[in-house]
Design a protein around this ligand. Structure first.
Ligand code: SF4
Ligand code: SF4
Length: 417
């Protein structure tokens, strides 16, 4: 095992391969608070990449209802249990010392790679889901969690923010194009690789022999086996769009299909600069700002240790212990910042789903004060600032203001549908 630095854990960790990093890293922010589970993202992905024979149960993008749902069924509960068994009570963080290279503090427990040594597994703990577990990508859809911990049994006395007694939420999932992918380190054929230009993780269909070690050792279960070709497949990060080679893109990097089609406007995807093995400071890249500067978006199960690159703005109404287990110790700060957003954060949040072109940089023009209110006992002011996004070549691709303006339908149109 080599020693690699994982900034999400705030420490070095064991990994089978030597540390290596791309020039830029594919990354995205998903705002859970806004998702309506319309599954447009899911169908956009399916109709682009997985509509053929042998791919019937293959959903590279899925949206599952938490806490009971999962695709494959109970994937995260199973992984958390395996981690707990290998290292009882060990999934603990020390958040007292936070810094630029350790924004959430330090994870003192074992990752899936480190736990493997204790269990005698080769590289990482993991399991192969059964065929039945791959069916029903949103089993338990809209099923709330109530007091008894039984699906469908819920509180009858109402619910209030900041946290609800009865709750569920949607979790949007694609491959995380991890910095230290479990799938890459698992493959005995070295058939899986991480692209040096954008960090997208791909399976070489010629080299793969269908051993399914990637399916077993991806903790997020985003590598999938195709019985008709007898090799494994996974999300390809819509790489022709991201590299700007798809004819639609006019030569500049464009967001993936699942991101570009999002009806709820919850998704923003981009490419972040990497230098010396870490994110280079890129203050006005919207992803850098949301994840490293404002820290309002967090990685999914960072304790697994793969350094996943899809980040989530956590839902406000869900009990915090559940969220801390899922997104780490940054949850409370992230929810506070989202609930009571700074002037800059409010402007950056407007960029979600305004253009399909990847935004590499933004600028903000100050606007006038439009409203004032109180949030959590503090005065909060809203300004009608304008945010401008620029593509890779520094051309303006979007300009949007905070205050959307209301258009009133005239009386003459009242019954005109
Ligand atoms: S398209 Fe957007 S809003 Fe609809 S399910 Fe997907 S992530 Fe949620
Ligand atoms: S999410 Fe899974 S399939 Fe995707 S890069 Fe990470 S380990 Fe590999």
């Amino acid at each position: 095992m080599a020693k690699v630095y994982n900034w999400q854990l705030g420490r070095e960790m064991d990994y089978r391969l030597e540390e290596a990093h791309p020039d830029r890293q594919f990354a995205a922010v998903f705002n859970i608070n806004r998702c309506i589970a319309c599954q447009t993202c899911t169908m956009a992905c399916k109709s682009t990449w997985t509509f053929s024979r042998g791919q019937e149960y293959m959903w590279w993008n899925n949206v599952e209802s938490k806490p009971y749902g999962g695709y494959p069924h109970h994937w995260d509960v199973k992984l958390l249990e395996m981690l707990e068994k290998a290292n009882p009570g060990g999934q603990k963080w020390d958040s007292s010392q936070r810094g630029d290279r350790s924004p959430y503090g330090t994870y003192n427990g074992q990752t899936i790679f480190e736990a493997a040594a204790a269990t005698g597994d080769e590289n990482a703990i993991g399991y192969l889901p059964t065929e039945e577990e791959w069916t029903g990508p949103n089993l338990y859809e809209d099923t709330p969690k109530g007091p008894a911990g039984v699906p469908g049994v819920y509180h009858t006395d109402g619910a209030q923010l900041p946290e609800h007694n009865t709750w569920f939420f949607y979790l949007q999932r694609i491959c995380n194009h991890c910095t230290y992918p479990g799938c890459v380190s698992a493959c005995p054929r070295n058939a899986i690789y991480k692209r040096p230009e954008d960090g997208i993780v791909l399976i070489d269909q010629e080299r793969c022999r269908g051993y399914r070690k990637c399916v077993e050792q991806c903790p997020y279960k985003k590598a999938m086996y195709r019985p008709t070709t007898r090799v494994s497949e996974k999300c390809v990060g819509c790489y022709p769009r991201v590299e700007g080679s798809d004819p639609l893109t006019n030569g500049v990097p464009m967001e993936t299909r699942c991101v570009a089609t999002c009806v709820g406007k919850i998704r923003l995807q981009g490419l972040v600069k990497i230098e010396n093995g870490d994110w280079a400071e890129d203050r006005f890249n919207p992803l850098y700002y949301l994840i490293r500067q404002e820290r309002v978006a967090l990685p999914l199960y960072p304790q697994f240790g793969t350094e996943p690159n899809i980040y989530y703005i956590p839902p406000r109404w869900v009990p915090r212990p559940y969220l801390r287990q899922m997104f780490g110790p940054g949850v409370d700060d992230a929810i506070e910042r989202y609930t009571n957003p700074s002037r800059e954060l409010l402007a950056v949040l407007q960029l979600f789903r305004t253009t399909q072109t990847i935004i590499f940089r933004y600028e903000i023009e100050d606007g006038e004060l439009v409203s004032e209110t109180e949030i959590n006992g503090r005065t909060w002011q809203m300004y009608n600032d304008t945010i401008i996004g620029f593509d890779r070549d520094d051309n303006e691709v979007v300009r949007v203001s905070v205050d959307e303006g209301i258009i009133e339908r005239g009386q003459q149109y009242q019954n005109s549908i």
